[in-house]
Design a protein around this ligand. Structure first.
Ligand SMILES: O=P(O)(O)O[C@H]1O[C@H](CO)[C@@H](O)[C@H]1O
Ligand SMILES: O=c1cc[nH]c(=O)[nH]1
Length: 291
């Protein structure tokens, strides 16, 4: 065995780019901002001083450029940890697999990956339009169970939470992964709130929303709201963070998730100035990356 990966394992397009992201190794910076919404990519890159690359395929739109002397890539992931699995594996392949020999490189490159996303709060005192940094991500989605991931997970918080929820009987076994503290420290500011974020496998039932279907788990948000561990509480719902933290840590990359709170699920409020609030978080993030 020479360690080279087969054509159905490491899938390259005819032009040599990676399968879903449609990118070549030289196309990405070591600082990557991820956003869920493909439309948010140009909302970020409009602030770049110059843009060297615009590429895309499906929901994965990428712009790379310069912001105040720093080369930055902004990339849309679409919604959900199924997409995060694709994006993080392919980003890592772009820097740590040699596409010619199809073997893992000896010298590894570490990426810094920052999510700029939107989210719903489950604590009444977290107002809409505020910024929240996820100290930990709780995955209700199952992605980490497909990887040998025990070494990157927060076993204590995971065990306390699973005992508290007692949802194993529904085959829901949440996993927990923490952010990269070094990367998180860049964003220290009195504008930032901190919390534990739940990453869900859907927007409606899996976040306790009822339109026409009745959720199976009673008092879903109230149960999560009441949980605490080491003076930390569960603060918000979204759909990517826990998967990002797990895949980043397993690959040796740094990752942190920043979110604007658009909904408050306790007060029933939804932001009336969502675009502006996201824009504020984008500008805050870019400034912190260069300061
Ligand atoms: O605004 P983005 O970054 O997509 O994030 C949130 O919005 C989507 C749901 O509306 C999910 O992806 C959730 O995580
Ligand atoms: O409530 C919300 C708001 C944004 N994104 C989510 O996943 N949930």
């Amino acid at each position: 065995m020479d360690g080279s990966m087969g054509n159905s394992e490491l899938i390259l397009n005819p032009d040599g780019s990676i399968y879903h992201l449609n990118l070549k190794p030289e196309d990405i910076a070591s600082t990557v901002i991820t956003v869920g919404d493909p439309g948010r990519v140009s909302q970020v890159s409009q602030y770049f001083d110059s843009i060297e690359l615009k590429k895309g395929k499906r929901e994965f739109i990428t712009h790379t450029g310069q912001y105040k002397g720093e080369r930055i890539t902004v990339l849309s992931t679409g919604i959900g940890t199924d997409n995060i699995d694709i994006v993080f594996n392919e980003l890592d392949a772009l820097v740590n697999i040699d596409f010619q020999s199809r073997a893992v490189k000896k010298e590894k490159i570490q990426l810094s990956i920052i999510r700029v996303g939107t989210s719903g709060a489950i604590q009444p005192d977290i107002p809409v339009d505020s910024f929240l940094l996820s100290k930990s991500g709780i995955g209700f989605d199952g992605l980490m169970h497909f990887y040998d991931s025990g070494h990157v997970r927060n076993a204590k918080l995971e065990e306390t939470l699973n005992d508290y929820l007692n949802w194993r009987k529904y085959n829901i076994v949440p996993y927990v992964v923490d952010c990269n503290e070094n990367l998180a420290s860049i964003f220290d500011s009195n504008r930032i709130r901190y919390g534990i974020t739940v990453t869900n496998s859907g927007f409606y039932g899996p976040q306790g929303r009822t339109l026409r279907l009745t959720p199976k788990l009673e008092d879903f948000n109230a149960v999560l709201e009441a949980f605490s561990h080491d003076d930390q509480r569960i603060t918000n719902h979204e759909m990517e963070t826990a998967g990002m933290y797990g895949l980043a840590k397993m690959h040796g990359h740094r990752s942190v998730s920043l979110n604007v709170i658009l909904a408050n699920r306790v007060t029933g409020e939804f932001s009336k100035r969502g675009y502006k609030a996201i824009d504020d978080l984008i500008r805050f993030t870019l400034e912190k990356l260069v300061s």
